[in-house]
Design a protein. Structure first.
Length: 289
């Protein structure tokens, strides 16, 4: 079994360039024009893909949860908010067209079987399963029915739960994402050493989905072997929305992608050698005789 997956022709795994995902999620605030601006920012930053979230609201949430009072830009209840943030077929056709025009991949985290079937119509390059869905065996199996690589986030999950999810999904064409499911996450709760732990335990490629403030810890995840990185992208961290504060603005995203690839170049192959560029320095500085 190869410790890699293939995402629309790109190899993702040990020895390949880090695959960077800009998670738009619900940071579009229900506006497809904002979504397009976020896609453009991801393209400019050099990201490999953007990701959305897709839910069938009345399936994912109970009537009681949807009826809860919650003042928002779409109405006065939690249901108004959830429905207002959900894109439909017209919006996703616009997103699909825009991403193709700008040569960037897109896919979505699907929270229910109907959403999987909906997104399948767009032939996504891979499937992303959110941490909240890791214990939903039926949903895991439904993803596999559609084929393609599966990327599974492991936040708020025990090793036993991850073991079971991996058993349900199988290791073929599977990637795990280490994450901490708080928004934003505390630095002391990131536990980045879990990345090599997951690699050794499951023998599949492992990435990192970060929700912390700042970029340095995400870069550290790459140093520890994360071969895929996912961070939320926003036009402005002060914008309205529950995920904006745990997101990265366009300029920061560009710096992050640049630094990820600089780290990859700097890591080398582990073989100690003398570079040609060092030889004249050695001749000049070392004592002889």
């Amino acid at each position: 079994m190869k410790n890699e997956i293939r995402v629309r022709g790109k190899t993702v795994g040990e020895g390949s360039p880090c695959f960077v995902i800009a998670e738009i999620g619900i940071n579009h605030n229900g506006d497809v024009e904002v979504a397009k601006k976020l896609i453009s920012a991801a393209v400019l930053a050099g990201c490999d893909a953007v990701k959305f979230q897709k839910r069938t609201v009345d399936v994912v949430y109970t009537k009681e949860e949807l009826a809860k009072p919650r003042e928002n830009q779409f109405g006065t209840t939690n249901g108004d908010l959830k429905r207002g943030l959900e894109f439909g077929e017209a919006q996703y056709h616009a997103i699909d067209k825009y991403c193709k025009e700008h040569s960037i991949l897109w896919f979505a985290s699907c929270w229910d079987e109907g959403s999987v079937d909906f997104i399948a119509k767009f032939t996504p390059p891979c499937w992303k399963i959110a941490s909240a869905s890791l214990t939903d065996d039926q949903l895991l199996r439904h993803h596999r029915q559609h084929g393609g690589p599966v990327i599974l986030s492991t936040g708020m999950s025990t090793i036993a739960e991850i073991d079971h999810a991996v058993e349900v999904l199988g290791k073929d064409n599977l990637m795990l994402m280490h994450t901490t499911s708080t928004y934003p996450s505390k630095v002391e709760e990131l536990n980045l050493h879990v990345i090599p732990t997951l690699q050794q335990r499951y023998g599949v490629p492992v990435g990192y989905s970060g929700h912390e403030v700042g970029l340095s810890t995400t870069l550290a995840a790459v140093c520890l072997g994360a071969c895929m990185v996912e961070r939320h992208i926003t036009l402005d961290r002060a914008m309205w929305g529950s995920d904006q504060a745990a997101s990265v603005e366009p300029h920061g995203f560009s710096r992050m992608v640049r630094d990820i690839h600089a780290i990859e170049a700097a890591m080398g192959d582990g073989i100690k050698r003398v570079y040609d560029s060092e030889i004249p320095i050695r001749a000049k500085l070392r004592r002889t005789g």
